[in-house]
Write a protein that binds this ligand. Structure first.
Ligand SMILES: *[C@@H]1O[C@H](CO)[C@@H](O)[C@H](O)[C@H]1NC(C)=O
Ligand SMILES: *[C@@H]1O[C@H](CO)[C@@H](O)[C@H](O)[C@H]1NC(C)=O
Ligand SMILES: *[C@@H]1O[C@H](CO)[C@@H](O)[C@H](O)[C@H]1NC(C)=O
Length: 479
């Protein structure tokens, strides 16, 4: 709170002085024409004289020190402006180069995932199918940049094959899949694959890359969708734009709303295709998921205790399985509101499932970060309830029972409008939106690159202006 107030105060005090100087310069300007015309003639003559001298010297004494094209000195990055003359170059689009990573960071991980589940090795790992799970976003982004540029003309970014042309470098590591290669296998029964080893090797590999070294990684984009993905390597790659689900596992110096991009989970249940309205939605509030979670997720068990005896509420314990997903899909399609409590970290896949189901999300997760919030106003289709309030017996159900049908329909319409932003398979859906968000980071990236070159490294006892802390903006939750 304090921080926000202080910032506001600073902003208004710096804004206030501006009106006075401009009002005092105006009279001066209007006096100008009344000055003697002799002065004007002298001025014009002087300018011509100087121009003539300049023309003479620059023709006969061309200095080798002056830049070859004086309109664009090499220390200014004006390429983007001058290339706007060729409309076919789509000069406004950011150019992305995708690394051709060694297979052990991409398809090799699919192979390992399959081996740990009794699969057999295949001669060509690139023929393997990426297994479906809630952090499949890494696969969708990789597939998108694997297509020839001619197939992706609607994309906000241009794929380039020459790293020299690139503004940004995408590192398509399957970091979330790597995390779950041995997940759920009892020790000894999985493979001897090590996610940590993969992360160490990736960091070593990146640090050996010419383009990584060039700008300390600032112009790189790395996907770590699962909140635990890359946990071991993130300190070494934190300069990069990280594509993350939330900041639950990142320290304020590792991740930030300013530098990074929040991406949605890939939803795993089918979209609701019926009409707006509540006719077929008899259940008031629905939740299905793991009742017992760590840390912020402890709230789930408390909500179960409060809600499980309400008659228009369906709240069920269930883990990820095909059968449970089908049941969850049915539940979300037949309920007015869907509960979204925090999981182990503030985000959870369920939010995106509820949106495509047109089931109004009820978000009980005070530190949640949401994707694409620059264009999406979540209050138009979600109900946010602060955790301590949500835990007051009777509060949640009576709040939701009071919401009129017309309001629910408004929420549903708003959800239908934004649905494509959560659809990784939509031709103008999540993938394009992520690239658009990434492109918007470019000015900041250039700023950090240039600034980094002259920074004096020293220990400070308190945060300085380079602190891009995520949680200074994320902590204040309001209703
Ligand atoms: C894709 O979506 C963006 C906004 O997210 C919009 O500006 C653009 O016009 C859309 N493009 C197409 C081809 O629909
Ligand atoms: C500024 O603060 C951050 C975080 O507190 C620290 O990591 C960084 O090194 C500091 N920068 C300088 C120039 O001291
Ligand atoms: C915010 O940052 C502070 C200090 O860096 C940390 O102690 C606190 O736990 C963070 N809060 C959240 C919700 O991440």
């Amino acid at each position: 709170m304090k921080t926000r107030k202080a910032t506001a105060a600073r902003a208004s005090s710096s804004a206030s002085p501006s009106p006075s100087p401009s009002s005092s310069t105006l009279p001066l300007l209007s006096n100008m024409p009344r000055k003697s015309s002799l002065f004007k003639h002298t001025l014009i003559a002087t300018v011509f004289f100087l121009l003539a001298i300049y023309a003479f010297f620059s023709t006969f004494f061309h200095s080798p020190l002056s830049p070859p094209d004086s309109s664009s000195p090499s220390f200014l990055d004006l390429d983007r402006i001058s290339s706007q003359e060729n409309p076919n170059d789509s000069p406004h689009k950011v150019k992305v180069f995708m690394y051709d990573l060694p297979h052990k960071f991409t398809f090799g991980i699919i192979q390992q995932h399959s081996l740990a589940r009794g699969g057999s090795p295949v001669p060509d790992v690139t023929t393997l199918k990426y297994p479906g799970h809630q952090h499949m976003h890494e696969w969708f982004l990789f597939s998108d940049l694997s297509r020839p540029q001619s197939d992706r003309l609607g994309s906000p970014v241009i794929k380039v094959t020459d790293p020299e042309e690139a503004d940004l470098f995408y590192v398509p590591v399957f970091s979330s899949l790597s995390l779950i290669v041995n997940a759920g296998r009892p020790p000894g029964s999985g493979s001897d694959y090590s996610d940590e080893e993969m992360q160490n090797q990736l960091v070593d590999w990146l640090k050996g890359q010419e383009y990584w070294k060039r700008n300390n990684g600032w112009d790189h984009v790395i996907i770590a969708g699962d909140p635990n993905a890359l946990y071991r390597g993130v300190d070494h790659v934190k300069n990069a734009v990280l594509l993350v689900s939330d900041f639950g596992r990142l320290r304020p110096d590792q991740g930030s709303l300013v530098k990074d991009v929040i991406i949605p989970y890939s939803h795993r249940i089918s979209a609701y295709t019926g009409d707006f309205g509540v006719k077929d939605r008899k259940t008031s509030l629905f939740f299905m998921g793991n009742r017992y979670r760590k840390e912020g997720g402890k709230i789930r068990d408390l909500l179960f205790q409060i809600l499980e005896n309400e008659d228009d509420v369906v709240i069920k314990h269930g883990t990820q399985s095909r059968e449970n997903r089908r049941a969850a899909s049915r539940g979300m399609h037949t309920s007015k509101f869907c509960l979204n409590p925090a999981g182990d970290t503030p985000s959870a896949c369920r939010l995106f499932d509820s949106i495509v189901s047109l089931c109004v999300p009820v978000i009980v997760s005070d530190s949640i970060e949401l994707p694409f919030e620059d264009i999406i106003d979540y209050k138009k289709f979600s109900v946010f309830v602060e955790t301590t309030t949500a835990l007051k017996p009777g509060y949640l159900v009576s709040l939701l029972r009071k919401v009129p049908e017309e309001q629910i329909i408004e929420y549903q319409k708003a959800m239908k409008e934004v649905r494509r932003y959560y659809d990784y398979t939509h031709p103008n859906g999540t993938v394009n939106e992520i690239w658009r968000q990434v492109s918007q980071k470019l000015p900041l990236i250039k700023y950090m690159i240039n600034r980094d070159k002259r920074l004096v490294k020293r220990e400070l006892s308190e945060p300085n202006c380079s602190c891009l802390c995520s949680n200074q903006t994320g902590m204040i939750s309001s209703l």
